[in-house]
Design a protein around this ligand. Structure first.
Ligand code: ADP
Ligand code: TRP
Length: 322
């Protein structure tokens, strides 16, 4: 059974793009039986420097994933920093990683192009990510398109390690979720926490309603037929959160003319709010039970640590450090 592993950086509040693009597919994969999912809190070091904020996002993401259906009986779920040996592997891998490989990383180039002052952590980020993946003998890494290059770098690093020190590390494959289209944000661009265009999964009712009602549409009258109804932003979002026949009905009514944008947005809000209602209830239960959440993460860390210790031992021996 292939081992699947993926990480989620706690650098903000999760939105429905994260849900449909990353969480739901990962939660579906856990049924397969060998899933490893972790909260990449070490990775958040390069994104934020407020300790309280980091703690709050980490806790929030743990609640979000458990509320949305991550089952700790099926998937190993832990906080990255609870298995610190990953930093030790990062050093072994970093000592074999060519500067040129890291200099070609898109995410590093994009961030520096945006004016973010680069530090060593940002530059070395792909090496830590390689350690995350290689430490757990991962076969398959499901990620969004933006992370594909990082997994390819992981492969290069693993191959280099094996060539240098002998067969030690499992070379992973990347799995790009092509079937999951990019979820558009309120302005029609890709939904992203950094574009201020997102619908939070667990946002407040009033806020979400206001955001959805604020979606800007064109100035055609309600009566006018809209042959481009299938490209309407509210319809695209409706397809994600409403039953298929309901979304299709709204699309047909919009195409035929007679459905106003205000009514369409109101319906979108209702569908969206209802879609996440059971998860909201579960999240409230979990929030009232922080000991349980902590127990899940610690138990996950112990299971992750058991795998990590074996790989690390192999890697250290291969390099002549034990
Ligand atoms: P953001 O762009 O909000 O910072 P991240 O880069 O943290 O999101 O993404 C976390 C995960 O969610 C990744 O696997 C990414 O591919 C997925 N994801 C983020 N935004 C979207 C979106 N709009 N549509 C589909 N998947 C998304
Ligand atoms: N870098 C990933 C992101 O920003 C998160 C991540 C960290 C990850 N380590 C990983 C994903 C290992 C997959 C495998 O989305």
């Amino acid at each position: 059974m292939p081992r699947i592993l993926t990480g989620i950086t706690p650098s903000g509040t999760l939105h429905i793009g994260n849900y449909f693009g990353a969480m739901r597919p990962a939660i579906e994969l856990q049924a397969g039986g060998d899933a490893f999912y972790f909260i990449a809190d070490y990775h958040s070091m390069t994104a934020l420097t407020d300790a309280a904020e980091r703690r709050a996002y980490t806790q929030g993401i743990a609640l979000d994933w458990l509320a949305c259906g991550l089952d700790p009986a099926k998937a190993v779920f832990w906080r990255q920093s609870d298995v610190p040996v990953v930093c030790e592997l990062t050093w072994l891998l970093g000592s074999l990683t060519p500067m040129g490989l890291l200099e070609r990383a898109h995410s590093y180039k994009d961030k520096t192009a945006k004016g973010i002052a680069p530090n060593f952590g940002l530059f070395a980020y792909p090496v830590l990510m390689a350690a995350d993946i290689l430490l757990y003998d991962t076969n398959v890494v499901p990620v969004g398109r933006d992370q594909k290059q990082h997994v390819e770098m992981t492969r290069d690093i693993a191959i280099k390690f094996n060539q240098t020190y002998g067969e030690t590390l499992v070379v992973p494959d990347v799995q790009i979720r092509d079937e999951v289209a990019v979820v558009p944000g309120l302005d029609g661009q890709k939904m992203s926490k950094s574009y201020g265009n997102s619908i939070e999964i667990f946002g407040e009712e009033k806020v979400i309603r206001k955001k959805i009602m604020g979606i800007v549409m064109d100035s055609r009258t309600p009566q006018e037929p809209k042959p481009d109804a299938d490209k309407n932003l509210a319809i695209l979002l409706m397809r994600l959160v409403a039953p298929q026949d309901v979304a299709l009905d709204y699309e047909n009514r919009l195409r035929a003319g007679g459905l106003g944008y205000g009514d369409l947005k109101k319906a979108l809000f209702e569908q969206c709010w209802n879609y996440f209602a059971p998860y909201r209830a579960r999240r409230a239960e979990l929030m009232a039970n922080p000991d349980y959440v902590e127990h899940v993460l610690r138990d996950g860390a112990a299971r992750a640590q058991a795998v990590a210790a074996k790989t690390m031992d192999r890697a250290l021996k291969a390099c002549g450090l034990r």
